[in-house]
Write a protein that binds this ligand. Structure first.
Ligand code: GLN
Length: 488
């Protein structure tokens, strides 16, 4: 049962061939068997899952099945879930049990999903290998013996879906946290247009960039899941009026003489990537050509400055967002000699090194001496990048580019903070511009590990992004079930 895609599972549930209780049990068994090794869940919720599944089967029996009724999923532990501990993978929130439900998780409850548990991530979603998690890093289910990263920050989500410990999962993408982990685990990761999925109840990292989205095994599944996550939310002031609707398999956007101009970013051509990434990317481009796409070169002049701008804007917003963790109202509290001492002790004990580093950087770039030279400058670069994407989309309909330079690295690789930051080169610009981008598997490298490429679109062109991603998925046509754990 764990080999079914979301669409296949729904079909079998609807035809009565399987029940949600059976499906959920088989996932809980997988979690029992591999959960510790993969470390992809911070909290598993078996009782809740079985209750959700039984309720779902009852709904279906009475003819009231919801769009995702009975689908067992993992929720990134950044989304507040009522009555279920929500940690953001931080010691600060180790014992935090929200009294409210995030909009995205509520939307998924309303769609009939079954909650298996809360997925591991980088602390407050800051990181690229999920190694900053207070609960230890999740592991990539591919070539388990190599102890590879499942990426970050949504690394628990990608590890769970890739390893068959959830049928689908939520992620959030502030600078690449859905797309990078999806790419190196062979999964599909969709960062929708900023504002399409509500941020309400999602622990804030950098509010102008934070974007919830789906992580699934196929593009069709991502589209269906996104349509259940998205929707206007009056509780999020940046929520868009637009929804996103998709009820079944995506329609082809190529073939039968259909015209589509696909852009390739000139400035990325000189960025060093692995020979495998280069050749697979070129292969997929030539497939698109033979399917009738016109390939055009586009320029985003400042795209290589996106990293620098991101690593000013994101920490600046983080330093402001994380000021609320002071030990007074909720979260960890370490008593000091007086109020200030309590703040200091609480924050020193509650936050890990990377989170502290970001807050220090963020506070520095927002200080009056640095504001103009750093923060305002970064904001200008951001504006220029968004404008350049707009001009590029006058010459093409969609853009494609790699998701990462290479395959998953060992969790034991020691990288400096700057080396970690550099891994986000291909993903951060789309967050700065607020545009949709989907990472889709584009093939397997010589070492047998998956690689991904992105399809990028105009604001609210999420549907076409997914449609083109589906063509790439089928031309790459890899088996994205890691053999070590999904035994064939
Ligand atoms: N790796 C990036 C960072 O550390 C992206 C994180 C994210 O998208 N949440 O900030």
């Amino acid at each position: 049962m764990i080999n079914l895609t979301l669409l296949e599972a729904l079909e079998k549930l609807n035809s009565g061939e399987i029940t949600s209780v059976e499906l959920t049990k088989s996932y809980l068994e997988r979690i029992e068997k591999y959960g510790t090794e993969l470390n992809c869940y911070i909290t598993v919720t078996p009782e809740r899952a079985m209750a959700d599944a039984a309720a779902s089967d009852a709904r279906r029996a009475s003819g009231n099945a919801l769009p995702l009724d009975g689908i067992p999923m993992a929720m990134k532990d950044l989304f507040a879930t009522r009555g279920i501990r929500t940690t953001a993978a931080s010691r600060m929130l180790e014992n935090f049990v929200p009294e409210y439900e995030s909009t995205v998780s509520q939307n998924l409850i309303n769609a009939g999903t079954v909650l298996l548990g809360k997925a591991n991530l980088d602390e407050f979603a800051m990181g690229t290998f999920s190694k900053t998690s207070y609960f230890g890093a999740p592991v990539n289910p591919w070539q388990l013996e190599k102890h590879l990263t499942a990426g970050g920050s949504s690394g628990g989500s990608t590890s769970a879906v890739a390893g068959g410990l959830a049928l689908c999962a939520t992620g959030t993408d502030t600078g690449g946290s859905i797309r990078f982990p999806a790419a190196i685990t062979g999964m599909v990761g969709m960062k929708p247009t900023y504002g399409l999925c509500s941020r309400w109840g999602c622990v804030a990292f950098a509010s102008s960039l934070d974007t919830p989205g789906p992580i699934t095994r196929t593009v069709d599944d991502a589209a269906l899941m996104l349509s259940c996550m998205a929707g206007h939310d009056p509780k999020d002031s940046t929520s868009a009026p637009n929804g996103f609707t998709c009820n079944g398999p995506l329609e082809p956007i190529l073939g039968n003489g259909k015209k589509l101009r696909v852009g390739v970013i000139k400035e990325f051509a000189n960025v060093e990537i692995s020979p495998d990434m280069k050749s697979l990317f070129e292969k997929r481009i030539s497939d698109l050509k033979s399917m009738g796409a016109e390939i055009v070169e586009v320029s985003i002049p400042n795209i290589l400055d996106a990293l620098a701008a991101y690593y000013i804007i994101a920490p600046a917003e983080a330093s402001s967002n994380l000021a609320r963790y002071d030990g007074m109202r909720y979260g960890l509290r370490v008593e000091g000699t007086d109020l200030i001492d309590t703040y200091k002790k609480t924050r020193a004990a509650g936050f890990g090194d990377e989170v502290q580093r970001r807050m220090i950087i963020g506070t520095a770039v927002l200080s009056s001496e640095s504001y103009d030279v750093y923060f305002m400058q970064a904001a200008r670069v951001r504006r220029m990048i968004a404008d350049s994407f707009n001009s590029a989309f006058e010459q093409c309909d969609l853009i494609v580019c790699p998701s990462s330079a290479g395959t998953a690295m060992s969790l034991d690789t020691s990288l400096s903070p700057l080396e970690f930051y550099a891994l986000d080169l291909f993903t951060v610009a789309m967050n700065l511009a607020g545009i949709p981008a989907c990472s889709v598997p584009c093939g397997l490298a010589q070492n047998g590990l998956p690689l991904g490429m992105q399809v990028v679109g105009r604001r609210f062109d999420d549907m076409r992004v997914l449609q083109l991603a589906k063509h790439i998925e089928s031309s790459a046509s890899i088996d994205n079930r890691p053999t070590t754990i999904m035994g064939k």
